[in-house]
Structure formats: C-alpha cells, structure tokens
Design a protein around this ligand. Structure first.
Ligand SMILES: NC(=O)c1ccc[n+]([C@@H]2O[C@H](COP(=O)([O-])OP(=O)(O)OC[C@H]3O[C@@H](n4cnc5c(N)ncnc54)[C@H](OP(=O)(O)O)[C@@H]3O)[C@@H](O)[C@H]2O)c1
Length: 253
C-alpha cells in the first residue's frame, strides 16, 4: 500500500529515541519532512534526516517556541505527533507517596505537553487540514495503583483528544490517539528503576505480566507504522478514535 505521504510535513515530539525516533525515521522514509524535538538531540536523531531541535516540551514556553521554530523550518504543519511522555518516577510507593510536585510533573510531561504543542500548531493544521496523533497508553484503559501518576494524565490525554476531535474534525483536522502496550524502549529503564528491578529482566517478563497474547514485547517500528498509516489519507474516516496496539493485553471491550 502506498501511504502517499511524500512532500508532507510533520512535527514529532520526543524524537530522540524510542517510539518518537522510530516514527521520525518511518515518516522520513515515506518522504515526509520532519522536525523532531527532545531535550537531548541524540546522534540517532541527527542522523535520521530530521531537523533536530532541543526543547523542553514540559513547559508552555518550551512547547510554544518549539512549534514556532518548526513552523519557520517547514512553513506549515500537516502532522503533529505528540509523543513526549513517560516520566522520571512512578507511584511505586502508592498514592500517599505521590506529592503535588510529582503529580504536576507527570501532567506537564504526559498531558500538557500535548495541549501546549497542539494549541500552537492548530492554526497551521487547520489551514492545511492536517492531523494530530497523541501517543497515550494502555494504562489509560487500565489504571493501576502502582502507576497512577502516569496512567491518570494518559487517561486525560485520551479524553482530551476525543473532545478536540469533535471540535476540529469539522474544520478538517483529524485528531486520534494511539494506546500502545509495552514497547521495547528506554521507558522501561525508568520503570525498572522505580521498582528496583533489572530493565532487561523486566522486559522479558512483560508479555506474561501484561497478558500479551503474542508473548512478545512490541517493537517501536510497529508503533511507527501505525502512526504513519493513521497520518495517511487511507485513514481519512478515522477521527476521534483511540487505537490500541497492545498484543491483546487489554481484555475488555
Ligand atoms: N515504551 C512503552 O512501553 C510505552 C507504552 C505505552 C505508551 N508509551 C508512550 O510512548 C511515548 C514515547 O515513549 P518511549 O517508550 O519511546 O520512551 P523513551 O524512549 O523514554 O522516549 C521518550 C522521548 O521523549 C523525550 N522527552 C522526555 N521528556 C521530554 C521533555 N520534557 N521535553 C522534550 N522531550 C522529552 C525523550 O528525550 P529527552 O529525555 O532527551 O528529552 C525521548 O526522546 C510516551 O508518551 C510514552 O508514555 C510508551
């Protein structure tokens, strides 16, 4: 299938590694011009062919300035992939261990980063009838005590995406969410740190722990392919949707 994305422009947040880097590479392979941001510009991001920008997207100013820079580089945005997320800590000690600063940081990285970037990019997205893809998580469907400071902002992201789709769909902007299950990225180093386990061992246990029916952790490239499809005109009727990519981990309808 030809995705016919060639010549389009995209902005990918959290592009230095993991899902964001795989998405950047996939879009570039499809002929898309990409501006990618992270706090650290890695050699991999530089080598991807993207215009690499260092930005902290967990602040309103950082997100706004990054989108302004992307607009000046690309002269218009067809696709915004709000991929930044994760965090520095998880509620391993339970609810009473999560202080206000931790909640704020979790919401800034996992929810507001997308809100701020989208706000700045929407005038251009409306003009070009573009698309927003927000990277949420299966935990938005199945919050648990041990990851609540991550799951709750992700649930907010999924809910906000649905509402944004209703407002901007009639103006030609498609907004969708994807909700991956466990993907092989550095994200799990942080999670392993919070629980005092070894990252490689945790990754090997994840398929069984999460009920993944393939028995395999998801690769970032699989998620990138889904994002590229959702960005294409083949997905023109997919609006306000939340697409799971979880190897069957979520058992409910
Ligand atoms: N891996 C999984 O199993 C999984 C499952 C479901 C959903 N997700 C979601 O998928 C998305 C990507 O995660 P990943 O697994 O690819 O994680 P990752 O490998 O840790 O990548 C996270 C990316 O975000 C960037 N980033 C983090 N904080 C930032 C900030 N304040 N400003 C700008 N960039 C920032 C990181 O670069 P810097 O640190 O240099 O800034 C990096 O490029 C996240 O939203 C995550 O919640 C992941």
């Amino acid at each position: 299938m030809e995705l016919r994305l060639s010549g389009r422009t995209a902005v990918v947040t959290g592009a230095s590694r993991g899902i964001g880097l795989a998405t950047t590479r996939t879009l570039i392979e499809e002929g898309v011009r990409v501006v990618g941001a992270a706090r650290t510009v890695t050699a991999e991001l530089k080598d991807s062919g993207a215009i690499a920008v260092s930005a902290d997207l967990s602040t309103p100013d950082g997100a706004q300035r990054f989108i302004e820079r992307a607009l000046s580089e690309l002269e218009g945005i067809d696709l915004l992939v709000n991929n930044v997320g994760g965090g520095d800590s998880y509620a391993a000690g339970g609810f009473l261990s999560v202080d206000d600063a931790t909640w704020k940081r979790a919401f800034d990285v996992n929810f507001y980063s997308a809100v701020w970037a989208s706000k700045a990019a929407l005038p251009s997205l409306v003009e070009r009838k573009g698309a927003i893809i927000n990277v949420s998580s299966v935990v938005a469907h199945a919050p648990s005590a041990g990851t609540m400071d991550y799951a709750v902002p992700k649930a907010a992201l999924t809910a906000w995406s649905k509402a944004l789709a209703e407002e901007f769909g009639p103006q030609g902007v498609r907004v969708n969410t994807i909700s991956p299950g466990p993907v092989r990225t550095a994200f799990w180093d942080v999670m392993a740190g919070a629980y005092g386990s070894d990252p490689a061992e945790l990754l090997s246990q994840l398929p069984a722990m999460a009920g993944m029916l393939t028995g395999k952790v998801i690769e970032p490239e699989e998620v990138a392919t889904l994002i590229a499809f959702l960005a294409s005109d083949h997905a023109r009727s997919i609006v306000g949707a939340d697409q799971l990519i979880d190897a069957g981990a979520i058992k409910t309808l």
